[in-house]
Design a protein around this ligand. Structure first.
Ligand SMILES: CC(C)(COP(=O)(O)OP(=O)(O)OC[C@H]1O[C@@H](n2cnc3c(N)ncnc32)[C@H](O)[C@@H]1OP(=O)(O)O)[C@@H](O)C(=O)NCCC(=O)NCCS
Length: 187
């Protein structure tokens, strides 16, 4: 069950809280230098410019109100997908509801601390994100989107969570745009 308590989101023994300036210098290493550099050096500027909103994931013991060191980081941005780029999946959107753009939220960055990888926490954070955007939804948001590294392991990680390619035009590019239809997540 997902509980929203002020700005905190509690889920399945974990808590997600907005990143704050007090956490710097940030101790975080996911093993990927581009992502490390973004979270250590660029993210606060992105926040100030209102380009992203970043949340920190911790393991959380609700009885003791005790949280673990930082486990993961996720940044969201508003997004939209042009209906003409969504042709391969347009049967999912009823004809009378077809606007030129489909409202979406982009998972702009996602990383799990190296020591905590391969434990299912990245998948849990994707599930939490789905619930986050369908629970008490303040604006219409139909899709989650992301640019995945075009690497079999990364792509299959997202596919196991129900993400799919938007189109085939980027199949030979460094990144592939993927989406998840939030109507698949019951409120
Ligand atoms: C990708 C990432 C977020 C997955 O988080 P996680 O908590 O390890 O994910 P889960 O435990 O739920 O799933 C792990 C599976 O994801 C796949 N995977 C995805 N990306 C991977 C990566 N960069 N390295 C290794 N495995 C990866 C593997 O199939 C792995 O399965 P395994 O544990 O049996 O080897 C995390 O590995 C990470 O932060 N990697 C570095 C940054 C990165 O590559 N981010 C993705 C940018 S698109």
């Amino acid at each position: 069950m997902l509980t929203q308590d002020r700005n905190r989101i509690l889920f399945d023994g974990f808590v997600l809280e907005p990143l704050s300036e007090q956490q710097y210098p940030l101790r975080f290493d996911c093993g990927d230098s581009d992502l490390n550099d973004f979270f250590r050096n660029d993210v606060l500027n992105h926040e100030r410019q209102l380009f992203t909103k970043t949340y920190c994931l911790y393991e959380y013991n609700a009885e003791l109100e005790k949280k673990s060191p930082l486990v993961g980081l996720i940044s969201y941005s508003n997004d939209s997908v042009r209906i003409k780029d969504f042709k391969d999946h347009e049967e999912e959107i009823p004809e009378e509801k077809r606007y030129p753009n489909i409202p979406a939220v982009k998972i702009a960055r996602l990383a799990i601390q190296q020591d905590f990888q391969h434990l299912g926490i990245g998948s849990l954070l994707l599930n939490l994100t789905k619930l986050f955007f369908v629970t008490n939804n303040r604006t219409g948001c139909r899709l989650l989107t992301l640019d995945a590294y075009n690497d079999d392991k990364v792509v299959s990680f997202y596919m196991r969570s129900g993400f799919n390619f938007i189109h085939e035009k980027d199949k030979n590019k460094r990144n592939r745009i993927m989406f998840y239809d939030l109507t698949r997540t019951p409120v």
